[in-house]
Design a protein around this ligand. Structure first.
Ligand code: URA
Length: 218
């Protein structure tokens, strides 16, 4: 599929392919600690790639030998964690952007046959106005959670730009996000899979990321 403002980590072979294979493998993904660790590692690697697109400024530091000009991040991004499945993946971003502000939103998939409704339940974020926003959700399936999150957050103000990050995306979700989000944005994922199934799960995907990381919910 052709989405111009998208970065796909697995377009180049790397250790990320190994982490993805462990996340997908039904025999390995049962190890919750390893599952969370692999999400966190991919978060760190995507955060590194995304960091190349941010702005930097010069400053002078004193080394023990002499003063020298160095580059530092121009402004701290604002990380938004979509509870609950995002938490390990979000931790990877926080490991890299360790001075960033963080916000949390709670969205809930209400499955009703073929229809999927997203309830927006909880929001604890700083003001997003003028911020470099990084929206973190490991499974970009229908894209509805992300669009709902952006619509709710933008009631507060306009961010400078939006980075939407995921581990695995479905083409349907990517198309929906691109059509619905009008603010300048870029999508960063580790892999794009084939499609969604009738329950709006990604195929081949990995199953339910929240359940695999934390155990089943009611
Ligand atoms: N959420 C998941 O955890 N998995 C999917 O395939 C889709 C949404």
């Amino acid at each position: 599929m052709k989405i111009s403002n998208m970065f796909v980590l697995s377009n180049q072979n790397s250790i990320v392919d190994q982490y993805l294979s462990e996340l997908r493998d039904v025999n390995i993904q049962q190890d919750r600690a390893r599952f969370r660790k692999n999400l966190e590692r991919i978060g760190e690697l995507l955060a590194y790639e995304l960091s190349k697109s941010l702005t930097y400024k010069s400053k002078v530091v004193e080394t023990p030998i002499e003063s020298t000009e160095v580059k530092v991040l121009g402004e701290q991004p604002l990380l938004i964690c979509v509870l609950r499945a995002s938490m390990p993946f979000f931790q990877g971003f926080l490991n890299i952007f360790n001075e960033a502000d963080s916000g949390f939103v709670g969205v809930y998939r209400q499955e009703d046959g073929a229809d999927l409704d997203i309830e927006f339940l909880y929001q604890a974020t700083p003001d997003i106005t003028g911020r470099e926003l990084i929206l973190i959700d490991p499974m970009l399936a229908t894209g509805k959670s992300i669009v709902k999150t952006v619509n709710n957050l933008e009631k507060m103000g306009k961010p400078k730009s939006i980075h939407i990050v995921g581990v695995i995306a479905a083409p349907e979700g990517l198309a929906y996000i691109s059509n619905e989000i009008k603010t300048q944005h870029k999508i960063w994922v580790a892999e794009v899979d084939r499609a969604l199934n009738e329950k709006s799960y990604i195929v081949p995907g990995l199953g339910d990321a929240g359940d695999l990381a934390f155990g089943p919910k009611l």
